[in-house]
Design a protein around this ligand. Structure first.
Ligand code: SAM
Length: 374
């Protein structure tokens, strides 16, 4: 009884950043312990990313790393939150219902972070539990490697996190480019973006693609469950940087007015971004295409808008761009911003997340930019 009271009291005081980052830190510190006195590549991304994460974890926590017991407690709490989020998704609850149902047991900030907890749980059995083995080079992490984040959990968590952004992109596209006839989604994951797009534009068709063959099940079920007629979409496996594969897709598009959406993937590997942009410009030059690229950008400070448990997880597995760097990479190829109709020279951009830095400037951490081929 006393134990439960103590835990309830602890929960009240815990910030989501401490709990969720604490869960990740638990695995990384155990892994580092296992690596003590061993030879391994100290330049590897997983290792350097983990050190960077732990350094920032200590910093945001006032210069101290919580005790191993506390970290285990945070890991358990993260599991609880992940399970609640999963339960809510399966039950079809909206955010309000979720907060109402569990608000008596957990503080609201923790519940608001439950989709991040679910995201972390998708990395547990792959990256986090195997951290030392990956660092020693015994197994590889990544799509096509020995271990990879759990795609089903990842899609569910991403959908929960990305849904407001996807709604605003779809709204933006409808307002600014109402003449589009076909959507090509590259790296669709669960197909949630395509689903929202097809529901919003009853006259549009979609080509839904991902490198992972699981797309047939994940996106297939998602679109079917939304009641979208099968004639309105095609699902296929496609590596977005594969020019030949893109050419096949372009044939299916013909002269249709196309929108290409790539969401939250170009930052995973820099050469993926560069090769994909090149392939897209080779294949679609001269065609009527609007490109929408949605990305998370690396920020200088850890803030509530992109917290450490999110950015820090990326340090180990991804190649986050700074926003300006991303814009330069895209425009360094054959792409140019689509001008505003009112002559405003800023890029057309849906901003999904931003913060004000120490110098009072707005830093965009997550947005969609709209492009055409020059
Ligand atoms: C973070 S998920 C993005 C989900 C979706 N775009 C959204 O906005 O909700 C990234 C997806 O990209 C896929 N992916 C990774 N590399 C790819 C590649 N080279 N070509 C196509 N898809 C890829 C992954 O399988 C995963 O489903």
């Amino acid at each position: 009884m006393q134990e439960i009271a103590k835990r309830a009291e602890m929960r009240e005081k815990l910030s989501p950043q401490l709990v969720l980052s604490g869960a990740i830190a638990h695995y990384l510190l155990s892994g580092l312990d296992e690596l003590k006195d061993q030879e391994f590549d100290k330049e590897g991304k997983v290792y350097t990313g983990a050190l960077k994460f732990l350094e920032q974890f200590k910093m945001v926590n006032g210069g101290v790393i919580p005790s191993p017991q506390e970290l285990i407690h945070f890991k358990k709490l993260t599991h609880e939150l992940a399970n609640l989020q999963l339960y809510a998704i399966v039950a079809g609850w909206d955010k309000k219902r979720f907060l109402r149902e569990f608000g008596g047991q957990y503080e609201a900030p923790l519940l608001h972070s439950a989709s991040f907890a679910l995201l972390i749980s998708g990395y547990e059995k792959s990256l986090l539990e195997n951290f030392a083995k990956i660092v020693r080079g015994e197994i590889s992490y990544g799509f096509g490697g020995n271990v990879y984040r759990n795609p089903v959990i990842n899609h569910l968590a991403s959908d929960a996190l990305m849904s407001p952004a996807s709604n605003s992109i779809v709204r933006d596209l409808r307002d600014k480019f109402p003449d589009r006839q076909i959507l090509l989604e590259l790296g669709s994951g669960s197909g949630n973006f395509s689903k929202k797009f097809l529901l919003a534009y009853p006259d549009v068709r979609a080509l839904v693609t991902d490198i992972n063959p699981a797309v047939f099940e994940t996106a297939g079920e998602n679109l079917q469950n939304a009641g979208i007629e099968e004639e309105r979409y095609e699902i296929s496996v496609l590596d977005m940087k594969d020019e030949k594969g893109l050419e096949e897709i372009a044939k299916r598009v013909g002269d249709g007015r196309l929108i290409v959406h790539i969401g939250y993937i170009l930052h995973e590997e820099r050469h993926l971004a560069i090769d994909t942009l090149r392939a897209l410009s080779n294949v679609f030059r001269g065609k009527d295409v609007v490109f929408a690229f949605s990305e998370y950008y690396e920020q200088d400070d850890i803030t509530d808008s992109v917290p450490l448990h999110f950015q820090g997880l990326h340090y180990m597995t991804q190649d986050l761009f700074k926003r300006d760097e991303f814009i330069m990479t895209v425009s360094g190829g054959e792409f140019g911003f689509i001008p505003h109709v009112d002559g405003n020279s800023d890029p057309i951009e849906s901003v999904h997340n931003s913060y004000i830095n120490g110098e009072g400037q707005k830093v965009i951490t997550n947005s969609t930019t709209y492009w055409k081929l020059k």
